[in-house]
Design a protein around this ligand. Structure first.
Ligand SMILES: Nc1ncnc2c1ncn2[C@@H]1O[C@H](COP(=O)(O)OP(=O)(O)O)[C@@H](O)[C@H]1O
Ligand SMILES: [Mg+2]
Length: 283
């Protein structure tokens, strides 16, 4: 399980080991870390390595208990009334029944009543679904939830009860070497441009005018867009303008400016891109 995950995930060895151990010990896991820090990648790799079905659910305000648990097919209810066999199981029910791994992303955006359903399942390993019946969790059923600490939306609502029923693993941005390896592993791009893109996203994180910087996704997109633009413009190598245009498209939407900084995202990204190009081994 762990060995397979190591092949797909750059670094994160300790996190993979601890999460695998917690799941192996029958525990649920909360992974806390900014977007783009490899949480989904890591979970997918672990599930694939363990040959366990992974049910991935995007947490948002629309994730009602019915969406998570399942619902009765409305048209069949009209003609046949509520029956267990016209129940359409949702990801939670399917994961519990199949003994799978339910992975809820952005848990802090999930409505309170949905959190309560999850809490109930964590404590009882079973749930009562009205007009369907009792759903028991197969022994290998596990819940893993991810949370973004930058997302103030609802972190406070993550009840202490949930923390008390899970193991927590905090993840953060990876090292320069690892982020470079991630970008190289995801596709082609001139070495200089890869290095500069990784420096740019890292530079965005510490920038005075930026409250939330870009994850490695911004570097992945800069390289991918620059490669396309280079061809489209008939260039042999990405020109300075091509690199900048790619960076602007990949990064301006990914950074959140500091309050009252008075600059535009374009202005800040242009500066970050220029600084990233001045480092040793520049593009
Ligand atoms: N450690 C890693 N190893 C391999 N790829 C990674 C790693 N971290 C991030 N990535 C890549 O970066 C992107 C974002 O990763 P993802 O797992 O979706 O992050 P998260 O779920 O934390 O938002 C994906 O394209 C993924 O392939
Ligand atoms: Mg994710």
């Amino acid at each position: 399980m762990v060995a397979a995950a190591r092949d797909d995930v750059v670094g994160r060895v300790r996190d993979i080991e601890v999460i695998a151990a917690a799941l192996g010990a029958g525990r649920s896991v909360l992974i806390e870390g900014p977007p783009g820090t490899g949480k989904t990648t890591l979970l997918r790799a672990l599930a694939a390595g363990a040959a366990v079905p992974l049910l991935l659910v995007e947490g948002n305000a629309e994730l009602s208990p019915a969406r998570l648990v399942g619902h009765h097919d409305p048209s069949r209810v009209l003609s046949e009334d509520y029956r267990p066999d016209n129940f359409v199981p949702g990801p939670l029910t399917r994961a519990m029944t199949a003994g799978g791994l339910l992975y809820v992303e952005e848990l802090n955006r999930v409505p309170e009543e949905t959190l309560n359903v999850l809490l109930g399942v964590l404590s009882e390993r079973r749930m009562h679904v009205p007009r369907y019946g009792v759903v028991d969790a197969a022994p290998s059923f596990r819940l893993v939830a991810a949370m973004n600490p930058f997302d103030a939306v609802g972190t406070g609502r993550i009840t202490p009860a949930l923390y008390d029923r899970s193991c927590r693993v905090g993840v953060d941005y990876q090292s320069l070497e690892e982020e470079t390896a991630i970008v190289i592993g995801r596709g082609a791009g001139p070495d200089g441009l890869v290095a500069r893109s990784v420096r740019a996203v890292r530079g965005s994180r510490g920038h005075v005018d930026v409250r939330i910087g870009s994850s490695v996704r911004g570097a992945l997109d800069t390289v991918a867009v620059a490669a396309e633009l280079t061809v489209l413009r008939g260039e042999q190598h990405p020109s300075e303008q091509t690199g900048l245009d790619a960076a602007l498209s990949a990064l301006t939407g990914r950074i959140t400016l500091a309050e009252g900084c008075g600059r535009t995202p374009e202005d800040v990204v242009t500066e970050i891109w220029q600084v990233a190009g001045q480092d040793p081994g520049k593009a």
